[in-house]
Design a protein around this ligand. Structure first.
Ligand code: DQA
Length: 146
């Protein structure tokens, strides 16, 4: 019941960057909330952020070996990265895509997601609560398979 929570570029600036869009909570706050929810659900999490596409791909490969599910906010790579899509396609367990903002209410280039071609579900616009909800869904999907 290990789940990876992966965060893409610029999310290290969460709380400081465009707070009118992304809110005032920091990524450390999101991690703490994820750990609390994971505890409730009997999940263990590994929580990572990187500004580098290759690092995110390497974590997805690592997840193949050890994790039962992935919650991922690929940030801007959502809209550009065939390589992250390919890595996720090589992962067998549940994948939930999370966006803090409602990408569909924003610029047209945010309306398309490569990752959605693989994701079992997509959460957008629920703020940082989306992470906890993604973990709940992953726990249900892991239970349904067990
Ligand atoms: C985001 C939305 C993306 O379009 C954007 O590039 C981000 C964050 C979100 O969480 O709302 O960096 O994934």
């Amino acid at each position: 019941r290990l789940v990876f929570v992966l965060n893409g570029p610029n999310l290290n600036l969460l709380g400081k960057r465009q707070p009118q869009i992304y809110g005032h909570e920091t990524l450390a706050d999101v991690e703490a909330a994820c750990r609390a929810t994971a505890g409730e659900l009997g999940l263990t999490i590994r929580f990572h952020q990187s500004n580098t596409e290759g690092q995110i791909i390497d974590w997805i490969h690592e997840a193949r070996e050890v994790a039962g599910g992935i919650a991922i906010n690929p940030a801007a790579y959502t809209h550009t990265s065939v390589a992250i899509l390919d890595a996720l396609n090589a992962f067998d367990g549940p994948v939930i895509e999370v966006h803090i903002s409602n990408v569909h209410k924003r610029e047209g280039f945010r309306h398309h997601s490569y990752v959605s071609l693989r994701a079992d579900g997509v959460i957008a616009g629920l703020g940082t609560q989306g992470y906890g909800l993604a973990l709940r869904r992953i726990a249900s999907l892991i239970d349904a398979k067990a």
